[in-house]
Ligand binder design. Structure first.
Ligand code: PEP
Ligand code: MN
Length: 332
């Protein structure tokens, strides 16, 4: 259950209510917000004087649920907003990893030409082998900051573990929590302490309930700016890298108030179908699309098979525009 207290409620009473209901308590700028375990279905007796409104909940998907906020949250990514009444679909694009000054600069120049406002690039890569390229770390973040200063991009970069989360929060505008890191509560709790948007990717073995609950760690810590990203789950199929769960996206749209971004690149794992999948994603009326693009994928240090060449990405943008228009979305 979520409880908002009245503005004139004393701190002593609010804290007493929080203790009695075993709640997480935070202030959202307007109200004290208490979030109880979801099994509690009505406020305890004796507090009606200080309670403004309360919402019983069906599960621990609480602050992120449509039962609490009946509309998708509006979240600002640099100069553009997604969610709310915007009907905007943002395209976030760039290489899997930041590899060098010249590679990220070529990417930035190309993205600017295409009118892309959000540049992605990982600096702490969650590789499945310790012998693979692990990312440039802080040096990569500094290169991304340079691209922001030079071109004005909104920078999206990922956190791999809690040791460097503060560096990513300092240098990136949108903090990506990767599929392999989304259960790391150290990361999620650190992400709750900033107001920067947090893009949480769904783990490939993560249920929708667990995915939405990961968002609750950030929301209940006081950061309302959480975006969910579906990037493929593991199924019996081995011909594709993962399986993009569009049914899951329909469920998230129906049941959560969080903007949703789709990542066809990591789902399919191969260049050939990214454009078709992107059209399908945009047709679902989603809030954003995340695509990996590299100036020369043949020499990419990570995810080489799935990153698009610049000419392929330019065609993808051209191809998805009419789809966006057909479903009433603005590409930003
Ligand atoms: C990435 O975006 O490059 C990445 C590693 O994504 P995921 O966490 O979805 O595997
Ligand atoms: Mn990648």
């Amino acid at each position: 259950m979520i409880i908002h207290t009245k503005p004139n409620a004393s701190d002593t009473d609010v804290n007493r209510l929080a203790k009695e209901t075993e709640s997480i308590l935070f202030h959202n700028g307007e109200h004290n917000v208490l979030v109880t375990p979801s099994k509690m279905q009505s406020p305890p007796d004796g507090f009606s004087e200080i309670i403004d409104q309360s919402w019983p909940m069906a599960s621990d998907i609480q602050l992120g649920s449509k039962s609490y906020l009946n509309q998708t949250r509006e979240i600002k990514l640099g100069s553009v907003s997604i969610g709310g009444n915007t009907k905007n679909t943002i395209v976030i694009a760039g290489p899997c990893s930041v590899e060098s000054n010249s590679q990220i600069k070529q990417s930035a120049e190309f993205m600017q030409k295409l009118g892309i406002t959000a540049l992605r690039g990982g600096c702490y890569k969650p590789r499945t082998s310790p012998y693979s390229f692990q990312g440039l770390g802080l040096e990569g973040l500094k290169l991304l900051s340079k691209m922001r200063a030079e071109f004005g991009f909104t920078i999206v970069s990922e956190v791999r573990d809690a040791t460097h989360v503060d560096h990513v929060i300092e240098h990136a505008d949108v903090i990506q929590v990767g599929a392999k890191s989304m259960y790391d509560h150290g990361i999620l709790r650190a992400c709750a302490k900033t107001q920067k948007p947090i893009l949480i990717k769904r783990g490939f073995g993560t249920t929708l309930q667990e995915f939405a609950q990961a968002a609750e760690f950030v929301l209940s810590g006081g950061n309302p700016n959480v975006i969910l990203c579906e990037r493929g789950i593991r199924t019996f199929e081995t011909k594709t890298r993962f399986t993009l769960d569009l049914c899951g996206v329909a469920w998230l749209k129906e049941n959560t108030n969080l903007p949703i971004i789709l990542d066809p690149s990591h789902a399919l794992g191969y260049r050939y179908g990214i454009s078709d999948l992107s059209k399908a994603c945009v047709a679902m009326g989603i809030d954003g699309l995340l695509v990996e693009v590299h100036p020369d994928p043949s020499v990419a240090k990570s995810d080489a098979a799935q990153q698009l060449r610049h000419d392929q990405f330019a065609k993808l943008i051209k191809d998805i525009k009419p789809v966006a228009t057909a479903v009433g979305r603005n590409m930003v």
